[in-house]
Design a protein around this ligand. Structure first.
Ligand code: PSU
Ligand code: MN
Length: 327
């Protein structure tokens, strides 16, 4: 039995099952990068989803870190999946999208779930993983002044103390309001070697990032200070998709505006809205947006792995220096 942080009462141990690779890496304090499964199950279509999932794992390994794709399979929280398990998820879009608030119920029913960013952050924290990569976060939806639709991804950033590497938030959202929300909740937002807050498929949102940082060693130091100061608050590290993979902003904006109007017309709200709009944009761009989404994922995952490796080295150095570092 574990002790609850809140009541001191004994709580159930979570059914966390690690792949051998992830278990060994965590034991040796090597760099591990967690990845979500909702994008594999529902964000992209088969076979592009499976190809992308496998490519992401290879990218992480090539950078000297270990990938941990997260999902719930038959009531077990899986931290690191085999190729067969990735294929299982990639060929079953009927597996539900699960966010943080769904996890307990999925475990209780012994069923499976594809984890959103929010749910993945929660699991990664319980699993002792420090880095997480995603293409674009959920955020404040356009029209949220009325609908109050704000992704649980943002809330979860205030609870789990991870380093989250992404290309900003999805540009189907209101990125200005998303930045405001992050500021209100004191979530550090850093653009890595870039001035602006990126816009997922597009390089820039036209909004300045609250902070720019160029040196990965200094970023590692900031993450450790953040963990000491406010252990629950994650740090959002943004990196824009490569020039060659970026979509034309005007073209995408037109598709998003039409998709958003179509969603309103069809009365779509709640947790199906993001997928509805993403799929409509994909249709309007003849699949270009899905290609771009996969490219963003490959890029953010590579940067996350690079930063995780430097961070692991920084932590080793801290341990070697011991108390000397702080006098
Ligand atoms: N990537 C996609 N499509 C998606 C998502 C990612 O191409 O639908 C998922 C992510 O898992 C993200 C979630 O965490 O959408 C956010 O959903 P919502 O806006 O309902 O919080
Ligand atoms: Mn929502």
């Amino acid at each position: 039995m574990q002790k609850s942080l809140f009541t001191g009462r004994a709580t159930l141990p979570l059914p966390l099952y690690y792949s051998a690779e992830v278990k060994a890496a965590l034991a040796q304090q090597q760099a591990v990068v967690a990845l979500e499964s909702n994008v594999i199950c529902q964000g992209l279509d088969y076979p592009q989803n499976l190809q992308t999932a496998l490519a992401l794992e290879q990218i992480v390994r090539a950078k000297g870190a270990v990938p941990a794709t997260l999902a719930v399979l038959h009531g077990e929280i899986r931290v690191g999946l085999t190729e067969d398990e990735l294929e299982y998820l990639a060929t079953r879009p009927q597996i539900p999208k699960i966010s943080s608030r769904d996890l307990a119920f999925v475990l209780a029913s012994g069923s499976s779930g594809a984890t959103t960013v929010a749910c993945s952050l929660q699991i990664a924290a319980h699993a002792g993983i420090r880095f997480f990569a995603s293409a674009g976060l959920g955020g404040v939806h356009r029209g949220a002044q009325q609908s109050m639709d704000i992704s649980g991804d943002l809330i979860e950033l205030t609870r789990n103390g991870l380093a989250v590497v992404c290309a900003g938030a999805k540009n189907i959202l209101d990125l200005g309001l998303t930045l405001e929300f992050l500021e209100t909740h004191n979530v550090p937002v850093v653009s890595y070697q870039f001035d602006d807050f990126p816009a997922f498929y597009c390089r820039s949102s036209g909004l300045k990032a609250p902070r720019r940082l160029d040196d990965p060693w200094q970023l590692a130091a900031a993450l450790e200070w953040q963990a000491a100061i406010a252990p629950g608050i994650s740090t959002l590290i943004c990196t824009p998709t490569a020039e060659a993979d970026a979509l034309d902003a005007a073209l995408v904006e037109q598709a998003i505006t039409e998709a958003t109007a179509a969603a309103a017309q069809a009365g779509i709200s709640g947790n199906g809205l993001t997928r509805f709009i993403m799929k409509a944009v994909e249709k309007a761009t003849a699949g270009l947006s899905a290609q771009a989404n996969a490219a963003v994922l490959r890029h953010t995952t590579a940067v996350a792995a690079e930063l995780a490796v430097v961070h692991a080295r920084y932590c080793q150095q801290l341990q070697q220096d011991g108390s000397q570092a702080f006098g």
